[in-house]
Design a protein around this ligand. Structure first.
Ligand code: MTE
Ligand code: MO
Length: 319
């Protein structure tokens, strides 16, 4: 198994006893089955098969001519640091997260701030099924069929003012239900931001489901964001607040390690992370840990759509 390498703090330093114990079990289970390309043997908790269906129209615009990642991999190999730092922690612990009732507040530089409940969000715009390529800064990727609509549909509702230059996305904090927030690995709540034009780009998605069903907790239920041309950590899960801002916000990762995680975080194979290259990636569920890695694409393959957002910007400085 590749060694965990996202936060600088090592997991053993900050992980409470019980998580450390289960981490060892996870490593054992994963070690035994990973080479076979499955994650069998994990507890069945929170597995997506039991979740309600969510009807959506297949998008005609956003299609991906690549195999979809097996649902089991996408729902058992996750980053959701509120539940621990190992890929197997979210599926084990996220079932405790309370997702109903849920309210999402959109506020800040706008004429009509508003609180939306889940029903409002489901009805706000027709739900679309769009398969996106996703790339984590750690060097793995997936192709996931998300359900939702463009984030712009939601942001338009609150009538942004001319001062709205940036958007901040903030996750819920449930200390009793989220073992990870009892550690100080990063500053909670988890947050990250986009420039207004990035947030309003049609590819940026407000997500309510995946694989034809509502979102499993470990993937960010009941509502998350997806920004497919940026590293996965920009795709904030379980959002409770969206704030329109005049000034550039600082995300959780940028705050904890600014030399490693910048504001832009575009997938850029030419700019290495200080501790590892970003030139290649391993597609979860397809590339075994011993097979050659595949080349990472500029803007994760979405250059045609988004490169123009960055003309004139030095992407080495603005990483
Ligand atoms: N609230 C919250 N959102 C989060 C994270 C997190 O730890 N907390 N991890 C991010 C990272 S690093 C990645 S790669 C993606 C993973 O999403 P997935 O589990 O659906 O693949 O979620 C992102 N959103
Ligand atoms: Mo990530």
């Amino acid at each position: 198994m590749p060694v965990y390498r996202y936060p600088r703090i090592s997991a053993s330093e900050i992980t409470p006893e019980e998580i450390w114990e289960s981490r060892r079990q996870w490593m054992k289970a994963a070690g035994a089955t990973f080479a076979a390309g499955t994650l069998a043997g994990l507890p069945q908790l929170g597995l997506a098969a039991t979740l309600p269906k969510l009807d959506a129209q297949q998008s005609s615009k956003f299609v991906l001519m690549e195999p979809v990642t097996p649902e089991k991999d996408a729902t058992t190999y996750n980053n959701f640091f509120e539940f621990g730092m190992d890929k197997g922690d979210p599926v084990k612990y996220a079932s405790k997260m309370q997702t109903s009732p849920w309210q999402l507040r959109v506020e800040g530089e706008c004429a009509a701030p508003k609180t939306f409940d889940l029903d409002d969000l489901r009805k706000l715009s027709p739900l679309e099924d769009r398969t996106y390529r996703m790339r984590c800064v750690e060097g793995w990727s997936m192709a996931i069929p998300w359900i939702g609509y463009s984030m712009s549909e939601l942001i338009k509702q609150v009538q942004p003012t001319a001062n709205a230059k940036f958007v901040e996305f903030i996750t819920d904090v449930q200390p009793k239900n989220m073992p990870g927030v009892r550690t100080r690995s990063i500053e909670w709540p988890y947050r990250d931001g986009l420039r207004m034009d990035e947030a309003m780009h049609p590819l940026t998605m407000l997500v309510l489901g995946m694989y034809g069903k509502v979102l499993p907790n470990q993937n960010g239920a009941p509502v998350r964001m997806v920004v497919p041309w940026k590293y996965g950590f920009k795709s904030v899960k379980s959002i409770v607040t969206i704030r329109l801002l005049e000034k550039q916000p600082v995300g959780s990762w940028e705050r904890s390690q600014p030399s490693e995680y910048g504001f832009y975080s575009n997938v850029n194979p030419e700019v290495s992370h200080p501790r590892w290259s970003q030139a290649t990636e391993r597609r979860i569920g397809e590339d075994g840990i011993f097979s050659p890695k595949r080349k990472s694409l500029m803007f994760n393959g979405y250059a045609n759509e988004v490169a123009s957002l960055y003309t004139g910007l030095d992407l080495r400085k603005n990483y």
